[in-house]
Design a protein around this ligand. Structure first.
Ligand code: PGA
Length: 263
């Protein structure tokens, strides 16, 4: 089963207005017309509009880093799905480990956001991954299983026309990013074998939760210190369908090399 690779750049709380715009224009120049791979970048929310302007006409999609699950109202500091759509986002990253472990988001909260985002027409990257102590205690599969099961509770296998660009099937609307927390921003990348093992586990879980066709179609990105020199060997694994890139997505050359490694 060959799935089109999907590579996302998560800029986190980095860049300023000028560097965000110049990073975006460098990317448009380097890889803006790429067709073999789906590419998205997630700038800080205050720069979404500015980056979206630069990306216009390119094949690079715009993603939010987070959203809230209510449509509007008294939620100081939060961003609604309509706001993300309004500034040109096609998708949103949810459940990132920094939101879980620094900001205290629970699986139940993340699930509400996933349901809201999909319903609003945003595609979703749902992040999951174990802490170092959980891996060392042999709990990786249990932790990731819980995060996928609760995170996707109530997510249907197909959608009405409402979805972005008329995409209807779950595999087109939702991507899972497996990001072992111990590998994020640490320079320690999971070995291709370690990553593949968890990706395959997630895929068989999806087959149990949905069916084989959905499990085979849904893309599972790897994230955690992915770089130009380790991307190709990760992408070579059967169940690794792309990457969610933090640090290396802040440099045009590195992010472009990762994309090229997938081509
Ligand atoms: P990293 O971040 O590539 O800097 O490890 C990945 C992520 O948090 O998505």
């Amino acid at each position: 089963m060959s799935r089109k690779l999907f590579i996302g750049g998560n800029w986190k709380m980095n860049t300023d207005r000028d560097s965000a715009a110049s990073l975006a224009s460098g990317l448009v120049e380097a890889i803006g017309s790429v067709e073999e791979i789906d590419v998205a970048v997630a700038p800080p929310s205050v720069y979404l509009s500015a980056v979206g302007e630069v990306l216009k006409g390119s094949n690079i999609s715009l993603a939010g880093q987070n959203c809230w699950y209510e449509p509007n109202g008294a939620y100081t500091g939060e961003i609604s799905t309509d706001m993300l759509l309004d500034v040109g986002c096609d998708l949103v990253i949810l459940g990132h480990s920094e939101r879980r472990h620094v900001l205290g988001e629970t699986d139940e909260l993340i699930n509400r956001k996933v349901l809201k985002a999909l319903d609003a027409g945003l595609d979703v990257i749902l992040c999951v991954g174990e802490l170092l102590e959980q891996r060392q205690a042999g709990q990786t599969n249990d932790v990731v299983t819980r995060q996928v099961k609760i995170g996707m509770e109530g997510v249907p296998s197909s959608f009405s026309e409402k979805g972005e660009k008329g995409k209807k099937g779950l595999p087109e609307r939702l991507t899972i990013a497996y990001e072992p927390v111990w590998a994020i921003g640490t320079g320690v990348t999971a070995t291709p074998e370690q990553a593949q093992e968890v990706h395959a586990m997630i895929r068989s879980l999806l087959a149990d939760m949905y069916d084989r066709q959905i499990a085979d179609g849904l893309r599972i990105q790897y994230g955690g210190s992915m770089k130009p020199d380790n991307a190709a060997e990760l992408f070579a694994k059967d169940d690794i369908d792309g990457g969610l890139i933090g640090g290396a997505s802040l440099k045009v050359e590195d992010f472009a090399s990762i994309i090229k490694a997938g081509m």
